[in-house]
Design a protein around this ligand. Structure first.
Ligand SMILES: NC(=O)c1ccc[n+]([C@@H]2O[C@H](COP(=O)([O-])OP(=O)(O)OC[C@H]3O[C@@H](n4cnc5c(N)ncnc54)[C@H](O)[C@@H]3O)[C@@H](O)[C@H]2O)c1
Ligand SMILES: O=C/C=C/C=C(\O)C(=O)O
Length: 499
């Protein structure tokens, strides 16, 4: 492991970039390197250092030491002020973050500017405020001598938190964990996805610039099994693990967490249903479902891959969504006319294309798409795919049961409210749903009957960061957001004082 004097990735120059680990406040190299590929072009962005046990051990040791340093002695108000500075510095370097994440994910500038990068800053702001304002409980307890006892609770940090992140919204999903963890006084070791190392690295620069003490925020790059991810989740000094990613990876990490009984918070996969009633605001519903299906090239855990539309508007809805899919424009991510990005890599495109083939084999009618688009020369090395809509699939098709994580959906007609609820619930997953109707009583009824962590009515991905966020069934364990994050990132210690 070599310590580098300084490191500053400039994502706007052509010089080769190195994605280094950030351990104890310094950028360090270590481990074999692998290429970070731009999914829009297939070009190489830079080399990522894949951390092994040595780097993970060093990062966890630095994080543990930092708990006993200045960080551990700060008041809540001081920590909160520092986290507001992190938010301000992300905002000041907004364009660096946009460029870095566009290169890593290939997604359009508009998605970065309006959704993903602002949320990086907001995540810090919201938890910096929240942590100052949440009371704990207290009870007066009677005792035989009549004097009584006072019970009160304090929140203490859990310690070193292992943060394992996916590639689909790298900064948003990482800061959704790092910000509350730090607000509560923990230290973190982040293992970003091997596909998207850039913004976790940039956040290290931000933390250093605003004076987050060394060792509080650490990054170890690398892969999952047999690499940094596995070594971090099995490390005995990691007090708790927060993970967003695939359900099967969650199961592996849960087994790792059983060693020394560590707490886990999991946000996992989804196979979310959209339910559109005939009385909806038609244009708004088409808009909402188009966003839920195609944004980020369908690589959103909350995205809608199953759409149920009430029969009277079924044909009209299918035609309108088809028009929306066909109006999407592929192009360089930085181009303001681009509205559809690529999939994250060629391997994922192979997976999605297997579902496109399977849909045909299972008897689907392809309303639009189903293959790879015609591309200009500059994009020919990228992992592009056509947005796709199917109808007529049988309910037991794997296309309707497994998470595809691509820009595609199946639309089926339904007749009654009960039927819509039954079909929406006919899945092992339970992350989110989006319901479209003007009948508010029905909206409340249906929203409470669909088995999910979050039900949106006449909207999708409308987030209030104070609310509980997470999945039921195979879509996760626990809730984060607002005070729910504080529950996960602290231990509640009860103190009983005999008076
Ligand atoms: N519920 C949510 O909020 C939410 C949000 C975003 C994404 N997701 C899900 O994430 C998935 C897409 O992301 P992905 O493909 O990066 O997921 P993934 O599970 O393949 O990888 C996620 C992270 O886990 C690491 N990892 C893999 N194997 C590991 C192991 N054995 N031990 C420790 N770490 C390991 C990876 O290196 C990566 O950093 C989809 O299933 C999507 O639904 C869920
Ligand atoms: O792709 C998944 C998006 C998840 C979103 C959040 O975790 C969030 O909005 O906090």
């Amino acid at each position: 492991m070599t310590v580098e004097a300084s490191y500053r990735p400039d994502h706007r120059t052509a010089e080769p970039k190195q994605f280094l680990h950030f351990i104890g406040g310094r950028f360090v190299s270590g481990g074999d390197c692998f290429a970070n590929i731009n999914p829009a072009t297939g070009g190489i962005i830079g080399q990522v250092h894949a951390g092994g046990r040595t780097e993970v051990d060093a990062a966890v040791a630095a994080a543990k030491a930092a708990l006993a340093g200045p960080w551990g002695k700060m008041t809540v108000a001081e920590r909160s002020m520092l986290l507001h500075k992190v938010a301000a510095e992300i905002t000041r370097r907004f364009e660096d973050f946009v460029e870095a994440e566009m290169a890593d994910t290939g997604q359009p500038r508009s998605v970065m500017e309006h959704a993903f990068i602002p949320r990086g800053a907001e995540n810090f702001g919201i938890f910096a405020d929240l942590v100052k304002n949440v009371p704990t409980e207290s009870f007066m307890t009677p005792t035989p001598d009549g004097a009584g006892a006072l019970n009160y609770a304090i929140r203490v940090p859990k310690g070193v938190i292992g943060v394992i992140c996916p590639w689909n919204a790298p900064l948003l999903l990482m800061t959704w964990k790092v910000a509350p963890a730090l607000a509560c006084g923990n230290t973190v070791v982040v293992k970003p996805s091997e596909e998207t190392p850039a913004t976790a690295t940039l956040l290290a620069e931000v933390c250093a610039a605003v004076g987050i003490p060394d060792g509080v925020y650490n990054v170890v790059h690398g892969r999952g099994a047999g690499s940094a991810g596995e070594y971090l989740t099995t490390h005995s000094d990691v007090a708790a693990i927060t993970f967003t990613g695939e359900t099967t990876t969650g199961a592996t990490i849960m087994r790792a967490a059983a060693y020394r009984i560590r707490d886990v918070s999991f946000e996992l996969g989804g196979k979310n249903a959209g339910v559109v009633f005939a009385d909806c605001d038609f244009d708004a519903a088409v808009d909402g479902i188009a966003r839920a299906t195609f944004i980020n090239c369908g690589q959103v855990c909350l995205g809608t891959e199953r759409v149920y539309v009430q029969r009277p508007i079924f044909e009209r809805f299918v035609a309108a969504l088809k028009a929306r899919a066909e109006a999407l424009t592929v192009g360089m991510p930085g181009d303001r006319t681009t509205t559809l990005g690529p999939l994250i890599n060629h391997e994922h495109r192979e997976k999605v294309l297997r579902y496109y083939k399977l849909a045909l084999a299972d008897g689907a009618t392809v309303v639009t798409g189903g293959g790879i688009p015609q591309l200009p020369e500059e994009l020919s090395g990228g992992s592009w795919i056509q947005p796709t809509i199917w109808t007529d699939l049988p309910g037991d098709s794997a296309v309707l049961r497994e998470e595809i994580f691509g820009p595609c959906c199946h639309i089926a007609p339904f007749d009654s409210e009960d039927e819509a609820v039954t079909r929406a619930n006919d899945t092992e997953y339970g992350l989110g749903t989006t319901i479209w109707t003007r009948d508010l009583a029905r909206a409340h009824r249906v929203a409470s009957r669909i088995e999910v962590g979050i039900a949106w009515v006449n909207s999708w991905f409308l987030r209030d960061l104070r609310t509980a966020f997470g999945g039921s069934k195979q879509s996760g364990i626990g809730r984060e957001g607002g005070v729910h994050s504080l529950e996960f990132y602290t231990e509640l210690r009860n103190i009983c004082v005999k008076l």
